[in-house]
Design a protein around this ligand. Sequence first.
Ligand code: DAK
Length: 263
Amino acid sequence: MTTAAAPEVLVETEGKIGIVTISRPQALNALSVSVMDAVVELLGGFDRDPSIHAMVLAGLPRAFAAGADIGEMKDITGAAGAEKQLSRHLSHWDKIGLLKKPLIAAVSGFALGGGCELAMACDMIVASETAVFGQPEVLIGVIAGAGGTQRLTKAVGKALSMEMNLTGRRLTAREALSFGLVNKVVPVESYLSEAKKLAHTIAAQPPLAVQAAKASVLFAVDSKLSEGLSFERQSFFRLFDTQDQKEGMKAFAEKRKPVWTGN
Ligand code: DAK
């Protein structure tokens, strides 16, 4: 069932997955402080809820999010004022990137500026054929402030990231797929169901191993190979403390499906 957690953010659960949907159609899902407050609170709640194993963050068919709310930023003057008034808002994007459970962005239509940064802060992106990705902040006199020069560069490489950040060039969904920014492109009618399907597939796996895999892949983005290999190895060893490791290997030997307990 879908209930309104905040007027413009909807929340529902479906088995072991939690779904948060931004619904602010009149502003193309522009990410106001109140929208991001609700998104972070709801996803944080799912992250702490042991019955939820994976999450989906969705927008609307016309817009995942056309950016941070320009109306809330346009009257800010001076670097000190910007830092004072926007730092808490920036921490919203950081908090999405710090969630422990897998989070899939279901993106259709515009994913621009803070919207593109929000999608990139998720772990995977399922895009509709109409999805458009971009960091157009330069066109309004600023630059990306929540990861658009960093995560995008790590995802698509320096040359394309430069072009997107310096000219506002947008990527179509197909281009985003070819550059490795998104996981799959599907018809607009099915982008949400495909994102949920992927979340259900992940949610059916042993949750401690899934979370360890997520943490290890994210570590790779930020570290030297030798440090990453060491991090991965320690995580691998730690999973031998879990009952699901015993169950998974025992079930394999007994030629049956494992029954995961999450312990
Ligand atoms: N903010 C507020 N309202 C927006 C908006 C936005 N980002 N994007 C669209 N809207 C509103 C429009 O003002 C319009 O409202 P009304 O005039 O009808 O009241 C409505 O949504 C429909 O938009 P359009 O009439 O413009 O629709 P079109 O189809 O003609 O054009 C568009 C769609 C997406 C190409 C266009 O709306 C557009 O260019 N939007 C702005 C895209 C953009 O520049 N995005 C980047 C914003 S800056 C940070 C955290 C995050 C960020 C920065 C710092 N920290 C806290 C430090 C991120 C910054 C950004 O995202």
